[in-house]
Structures are given as C-alpha cells and as structure tokens.
Design a protein around this ligand. Structure first.
Ligand code: GTP
Length: 773
C-alpha cells in the first residue's frame, strides 16, 4: 500500500518511520539537554519526580495503559505524539516536524551509535498512570506489522485531520482495530487549520466508520479563531494562552451564566444529549439517570458520567471524541486525561487464551531491533506470568528454548534494568537471538503443551504440526506479497553478508519474504509494495553497508484453472535393488471458494490406511506443484484436487510418492484451461477540483475502474480500483499532473482475472514476443 505525501515519503524508510520520529523527538531533546542513561541501575531514584523503584517497576495493573496512536498519513500523529511525550515529561523540549530537523538527518546520526531502544514503545507516567505508547507503523505497506502491533494494544487513539475527516488509511486501520476489538478514542487534530470543521469530522466518523461518536468536547472557535475547548462533561472551558509558547499552561474555568451564556447553553445541550446517548448504551447508567436524575440531567455527577463513558468505550459501543491542535499546543493534556480515564487497563481486556496458561508466562514479541552494541533487542508484551532476567524461555513459533540476559524497562529518559516484570507490562529484553517479531513466548515447552491440553486442542488437525501451534498469539494472517524483484550483492564474496542482512531484516519485518529462484539461483525479495522493497534496499545499504542491485520490480501474479481435468501419472524406478512404483490418478478443478492453498480431497475408493501413511507426502506434493503454475510460473490458487486412486508398491519411498503426485498435479494443471489473476488495488486519490480531469484521464489509461467521486470540503476524492501492474511510479506521475497537490492511498484489494487481451499481451511480453510483434 502506498499512501503518499510526496513531500516526505521517499526520503524515509516508512516501516521505521513512525518510531524514527519518536526517536527524532528524543534526539532533539538529547542534543539540548544531555541525558544520562542507566542500563544497570540499582538506583532507587530515577528522575526527579519518581518516588520509588517499586512504583516504576510494578505499577498496579489497573493503572497501566498500553495504547497506540493510529492515523491517516499527515493527520498529525507525530506532532501529537511529540506533544504527549513533552507534556508527560518524557522529552524536555518541543520540536516541530517542519523545522528542518528531519527524520533522515536524524537517522544518519542515529546510525552512528546504533538503534535507540525506545523506538518501539515509550513508557511514561501521567497523573499516576503508567502509559506505554506503542508505535504502530503508519504505512499500510506494513499491514502485517500494524496488525501485530494492534495485537499488543489495549486501546488506541485515532488522530484525524479535522479538515479532512475520515480518510482512506483511517478506514483501513479502523477496520484492523475492529478486528482486534480495540477500544478507541478519536482526536480531531488541526482544529486551527483553514477548513477545519468539527461537525464535518464528527459526521464522517458517524457515516464512514459507522461508529457512534460521543462528543466530550466542543471547540472554542475553528480554524484561525480556534482558542481552546469546552469540556462537556464538566461544563468547563479550557483556554490556552497564545503567548504561552509550549502550551503547558492553560486555564480551566467553569462556564458561567454571566460570562458565557451562549457557550453554556450549547454545552448543556451537548451534555444532555451525551447523557442520553450513554444511557442508551449502558443499562447501569440508564438506571441511575432515570432513577435519580430524570428531572434534571444537569445534576448527573461528572464522575458517574465518566465511569459510564469508560464502560461504553470498553464495550466498543461508542467512541469518545476530543479535539485540538497539536501543532498549536492546544488540547493535548485533556487527550492524555482521556486516555487514562476512558481506555482500558490490561486487566479490563478479555484475552481468552489466558485461561490456558493459568498464570504461567505468556508473552508476545511485537518488535525486534538490532542494536550494534547489544545485539537483538526484543520488545515483549506480557499477558500472564512474570518475566525475569537470566530466564530460559520457550519460543512456540520456533520451537526453541533460549535465555534472555537482561530485562529493561524503557522508563522516561532512562532504561532501568529490572529484576522482574509482571503481566500487563511491556518489557525490553536483551539476549534473545532467535525470537522474531510475532513470536509467542512461554516459560517452557511443557508449559506450552499443558496450555495446549487445556485449550482442548489435543487432536491433530490436518496440516497442523503440533498442539502448540494452536497457541500462537500472533494469529495474524500474513498477507501475500504483491511485488518481487531479484537482489544481488556487489560481489559473490558478499553474498553471505547479504544473506545475514536479509535474515535480520526478516526477523524484524515478517512481511518481507526472501526466496531463491529455483531456475537462476538468484535471491528474490518479495514485499508488500514498491516502497517496501525500496526501503529494504535502502536499509541494507545504510545499516549493513552493502550496495546491492535490484532487478526490475515485478508484480506477483497468480494463476488458476477454469475447468475440471483429470490426469494420471506413473513413476516406476529401480534404485539399487529396490523398485519404487507409484500410480496416481487425480482431478484438478476450480475451487468452490477462493483460497490461496489448494483444497485436497480423497475419493472414497482411496484406502484410508494409504492416505494415513502418505498424507504428508501427498499434501506437500500438491502444494509444491501449485507453487509454479504452467503459464507464468506463478502460484496457482482457487483450485481443488481430488485424488481418485493411488497405488503404491510396498517399499516405495515417500519421496517417490511425492514426486509422482506432484508431476501428476502439474500435468493436470497444464491440460486445463488457464487464467492469469492480477492484483487489484483499491485506490483513493484526493485532489483539488481543478486537477480532477487530468487525474481521471490518467486513471482511465491505467485500466482504472472509478467507483465514486466524493466531495470533501474543497477537494474531490476519487475512489476506485486499478490493477497494480499499472501503478508503478504513480506517485511521480500524480505529482507532475497536479503540481504536487494530490495525495493517494493504494491498498491491495483482491486478485482478479485478466481480460483475454491483457492476458495475451502479458504472456507475449513474458515470452519476449512483444518485441517481435
Ligand atoms: N495546522 C496544523 N498542522 C498540523 C497540526 N498537527 C500537525 N500538523 C502538520 O501536519 C503535517 C503532518 O504532521 P505529522 O505530525 O508529521 O503527521 P503524521 O500523521 O505523523 O504524518 P506521517 O507520519 O507522514 O503519517 C506537518 O506539516 C505538521 O506540522 C495541527 O494541529 N495543525
């Protein structure tokens, strides 16, 4: 997925962009105020305002908030994060994303001393609460990583540009958060911007996200006149003095009939409808309101309303909406209050799998970074049990046991070495060399097996290797890469260095796939988008000092078949004094439901015993035969294979069974009527009216299918579908067509059948005929 603001995107490795920005913020403060790090702190006092080591290490779980910030590109996620870190005391000066201290500059410096470890999660305290702000990558080329990060959040803040409302990427991340059942609050940022409209943004949340907005604040002024917000729950106005610089100081005053009659009236109306809305969604609150306060909603105590809003948010029945301007330092402190007040603590979230562990350790590795001095640093979210340094842990995904050497807590401006960390917390571990992003960590193999037994998954399902597999926390579907290209080291001697770099990068980013081309032996990078591959290329150069060469970027096509065909194959081979004989008869047909893996069935006449003995060989054979289709050598999808008969002479090796079945499947696929499938992307282009025509004309040439053109404030939003193959280098073309004023978001939608003409053109091009014709 590309979501491009041309100003920035190509200069920054996007999958590291968000956390790099956090790092940038930290760095800025570091250059002005040298900070002392403490990696082996026995200290009882850390920082000025922290009372005891105990309160740092073990905050009561009810006071922990593990949250993420999600947004469409440019909505102001970084600026808001920066303000949050500043007001909470994490950083000591305020920077500006536009003031020239760019992320790229910063990264170059950062690289000289290795990766700063706060980058994936920062921990700070706000009014007695422990907040772990977990970085969610902003770019949907990194869908998988976004999902993995969402998995460890208990709540999220969705940041919107108040002049644009819900944008394409907001919708995507919102759906992902829905999937992971994450309670959210909305922050309508950029209230100071020309065109900002509180009502428009709220309506777009209602309409596009199908969410129920709970209006907890009203803006005082809009665009140029924006001065502050009204706290609807408490009937107070919060005003930031425009001369106060960093926005730390603001006035909180009750709304009075004498001084603010209009605003008070508006607020009371908003509060009453908020009370009605919450009462509709929460029975306990409804009972209270209808019982004690039915005559006068105005008397409903703020605390009761807040508690009910918390419950409603937790149940995901509605979303609290706040507003402000991060850039102008307005509205961020109340946002922090809302995070602690309305988003859930870890113990309020329901994690069904916890019952299987009965208090044993269960954690998810959600980020791996490589630090030059300390080696791999793994961020873990602890769901149950306790983590201790020097502890041997079992990694379910890799089925290995390894030992962590140190346990750190990235607290405020220091890293505190700690003796243990309990459930609900985010830990930073040193010494885990095999653990990769997305792995599930438990205390031992026997603990995993005991949990598997409790989960009642003792019986083995086809394709499942062991019981422990069912306990993997990640449970995230790995999206199929849509782009690939070959990558070559500068010399053959450097191939091991390249392999090493790719190995590390894959541990950090599981959506990156690396394979060896069976024909040429070349290394092939498979990624989620043009940008993803560019970023990997750039990181190999910058972080590993290797100048690599990329082959042309290719779209990952798929193939399928359109009719049923039957094929027979015999393998009869004598090796030494042993005869191996297999005869397979099978049918390949279009699958009933879309599926990237072939569905395998066995005819009744195939002996059950035979299938039991050779199931693994048969299934591996079918899946590997489907990896390379007969048209383009692309994976074959949406097919079903029925094995009608299988004869195996006694003594025949399973490798021979595999070879015969695989050949037979390939034979059948070759005989069938074949179809190329191409990745189809959903596209959203936001453009001002005067550039609409050239954008539409260009999309028509790209085989684009426009579904809708919406009006969003002063802009037009073109929504449609377009084949990925037509979108190479689109950002440059769009920039030229619109003088850099348009933005676009592109996201994988599905694989669609190519038209016969397009398919012929593609096949001719691949076989070199295009040049001849
Ligand atoms: N007027 C106005 N501009 C803002 C506000 N917050 C951020 N911006 C500007 O919007 C642009 C994008 O801000 P960022 O904070 O980088 O937004 P982001 O969501 O992190 O962007 P990406 O990381 O690129 O997705 C910058 O030019 C900011 O200065 C705001 O409250 N008001």
């Amino acid at each position: 997925m590309f979501a491009v603001n041309n100003r920035k995107v190509f200069s920054v490795p996007l999958n590291t962009m968000c956390y790099c920005k956090i790092k940038a913020i930290l760095k800025r403060s570091k250059t002005r105020v040298p900070l002392r790090r403490n990696y082996s702190s026995p200290a009882g006092v850390i920082g000025n305002d922290v009372k005891s080591l105990h309160s740092i290490i073990s905050p009561p779980v009810a006071k922990i908030r593990n949250i993420g910030i999600m947004a469409h590109i440019d909505a102001g996620k970084t600026t808001t994060t920066e303000r949050i870190l500043y007001y909470s005391g994490y950083t000591r000066s305020l920077g500006d994303v536009d003031d020239g201290d760019t992320v790229t500059d910063f990264m170059a410096q950062e690289r000289e001393r290795g990766i700063t470890i706060q980058s994936a999660a920062v921990t700070f305290d706000w009014k007695g609460y422990r907040v772990n702000l977990i970085d969610t990558p902003g770019h949907v080329d990194f869908t998988l990583e976004v999902e993995r990060c969402l998995r460890v959040l208990d709540g999220a803040v969705a940041v919107f540009d108040a002049s644009a409302g819900v944008e394409a990427q907001t919708l995507t991340v919102w759906k992902q958060a829905d999937k992971h059942k994450i309670p959210r609050i909305c922050f309508l940022n950029k209230m100071d911007k020309t065109g900002a409209s509180f009502n428009y943004a709220v309506e777009s949340i209602r309409e596009k996200l199908k969410a129920k907005p709970l209006i907890l604040q009203l803006p005082i002024g809009e665009a140029r006149t924006f001065q502050g917000v009204v706290d609807v729950v408490n009937k107070e106005k919060l005003l930031w003095n425009s001369n106060s610089g960093d926005g730390k100081d603001f006035e909180r005053k009750p709304l009075l009939e004498t001084s603010d009659p209009e605003l008070l009236k508006e607020t009371i109306e908003a509060r009453n409808s908020l009370i009605e809305q919450v009462a509709d969604l929460d029975d306990e609150f409804a009972d209270l309101v209808l019982g004690e306060f039915s005559d006068n909603f105005d008397l409903v105590p703020a605390e009761k309303l807040q508690t009910a809003i918390h419950r409603v948010t937790l149940a995901r029945a509605a979303v609290p909406v706040l507003c402000g301007s991060a850039l102008k330092n307005k509205g961020v402190q109340p946002l922090l209050d809302a995070i602690t007040m309305y988003l859930p603590s870890p113990e309020e979230r329901e994690y069904g799998f916890l019952q299987w562990y009965k208090g044993d350790l269960c954690a998810l590795a959600f980020k791996v970074l490589h630090d030059k001095q300390r080696g791999p640093l793994v961020f873990l979210r602890i769901y149950s049990g306790t983590l201790k340094p020097q502890l041997a842990i079992h990694n379910i995904n890799r089925n290995c046991t390894e030992r962590m050497s140190r346990l750190l807590l990235p607290f405020a401006d220091q890293h505190v070495e700690i003796p243990s960390l309990t459930a609900g917390n985010i830990a930073l571990t040193v010494g885990l060399k095999q653990t990769a992003t997305g792995d599930t960590i438990v205390s031992s193999k026997s603990s995993a097996l005991a949990a598997a037994r409790r989960a009642g998954r003792g019986e083995k399902k086809p394709g499942e290797n062991n019981e422990a597999e069912s306990l993997l926390l990640a449970g995230v579907e790995i999206p199929e890469p849509v782009f690939f290209c070959t990558i070559e080291p500068p010399s053959v001697a450097k191939q091991p260095d390249l392999d090493h770099a790719l190995d590390r990068l894959q541990r950090e980013d599981p959506s990156l796939k690396v394979r060896i081309d069976p024909d040429s032996g070349q290394t092939v990078l498979c990624g989620m988008g043009e940008l993803h591959i560019e970023i990997i290329h750039d990181r190999i150069k910058r972080e590993y000092g290797l100048e690599t060469y990329l082959g042309p970027l290719q779209v990952a096509y798929r193939e399928t078949i359109l009719n049923s065909v039957r094929a027979t194959d015999i393998l009869d081979r004598t090796l030494g004094d042993k005869r191996h004989f297999v005869r397979a008869d099978l049918e390949a047909r279009p699958g009933e439901a879309p599926s990237s893996r072939a569905v395998i069935e066995y005819a009744d006449c195939v002996s059950e015993d035979l299938v039991q003995a050779s199931r693994e060989a048969i299934e591996n054979a079918v899946h590997s035969a489907c990896l390379q289709g007969p048209l383009l050598g692309s994976p074959v999808q949406d097919v079903a294979i029925t094995l009608h008969s299988l004869m195996i002479h006694p003594g025949t090796s399973t490798a021979m069974v595999n070879a015969c079945v695989s050949r037979c499947v390939q034979k059948a696929l070759k005989k069938a009527e074949k179809q190329v499938l191409e990745p189809l992307m959903s596209l959203e282009v936001t453009v001002t009216g005067d550039y609409l025509s050239p954008v539409l004309a260009d999309l028509a040439q790209r085989r684009g299918n426009i579904q809708e053109i919406q009006t969003r404030q002063d802009s037009k939003v073109v929504i449609g579908f377009v084949p990925l193959a037509e979108m190479m280098g689109y950002s440059t073309v769009l920039r030229t067509l619109t003088s850099g004023s348009a933005t676009f978001a592109l996201e994988f939608s599905t694989y669609q059948a190519m038209s016969p003409q397009d398919q012929t053109a593609l096949l001719n091009q691949r076989s070199g005929l295009a040049q001849v014709l």
